[in-house]
Design a protein around this ligand. Structure first.
Ligand code: UDP
Ligand code: MG
Length: 226
């Protein structure tokens, strides 16, 4: 594949200020190992329902862009996802900014958003240090990171279960192995970085949905006072 010229970050985000103001939104990053099937998705759905969060999945946004007719990044995204690698941040951060702006333009009809403060769950992002630092600088500072922790065995089992129906090009043993390497080497340092900043909370994702959700609610009350 011919190397593709990516837009320059400075050209994409010319302002020296973040696009959104910290006071105008709570951004919660939701991270976990490969395979959302072990409960991360379910927890996000509950949070949307009960707290009025807008849920943005970086992986879903990338897959939508990949399939969008006329996208210049389709092939690039497809290749990175298949190889379990992190797509260059320019693409992902721009997609997130577009989706966030769209939410402000058409806010959900709930009390949280009516009060003027946006609430975002950003799922599966940031997975690489450059993304974490850049999001902070050009989009907005996040308020919290929820890290859903579980064993490798559970992750593999769930992804391979999902593979039967997901139709995803990366739900196979080959891609999964690569995703695990990326997770350990590239994404875990991001979680460690947020832990050191006191912004990340580890939630054990192994118990039942109800038990995990009770824990998540406690964390939101403590950290975000919501
Ligand atoms: N991905 C990426 N940047 C991101 C998020 C996802 O490049 O910020 C890519 C990466 O290749 C990853 C894939 O999208 O392996 C699938 O991510 P998703 O979160 O959908 O899958 P999960 O790991 O939750 O099963
Ligand atoms: Mg996901």
């Amino acid at each position: 594949m011919a190397p593709l010229a990516l837009p320059d970050m400075a050209a994409l985000f010319p302002s020296d200020k973040p696009v959104f103001e910290k006071d105008s939104c709570d951004v919660v990053f939701v991270l976990g190992g490969p395979g959302a099937g072990y409960g991360k998705g379910t927890q996000c759905a509950l949070l949307v329902q009960d707290y009025g969060f807008v849920h943005l999945s970086a992986g879903d946004l990338l897959r939508a862009e990949q399939d969008r007719a006329g996208s210049q990044y389709g092939d690039l995204i497809r290749q990175y996802i298949k190889d379990g690698l992190i797509v260059p941040q320019e693409v992902t951060i721009k997609l997130l900014e577009n989706a966030m702006s769209e939410a402000y333009a058409n806010p959900p009809n709930n009390d949280a958003w009516k009060s003027g403060k946006g609430r975002f769950l950003i799922d599966g992002f940031p997975r690489k240090m450059d993304q974490a630092l850049m999001f902070d600088k050009v989009i907005v500072q996040n308020s919290l990171v929820l890290f859903f922790d579980t064993s490798d065995e559970v992750m593999v089992e769930r992804v391979m279960g999902r593979a039967k129906t997901s139709g995803r090009a990366d739900d196979n043993v080959e891609s999964l192995k690569k995703r695990f390497v990326t997770f350990r080497e590239t994404s875990m340092p991001v979680v460690e970085y947020y832990k050191e900043k006191g912004l990340a909370v580890v939630v054990d994702a192994s118990p039942s949905t109800d038990v995990v959700y009770a824990e998540v609610k406690k964390v939101l009350a403590e950290k975000l006072h919501i």
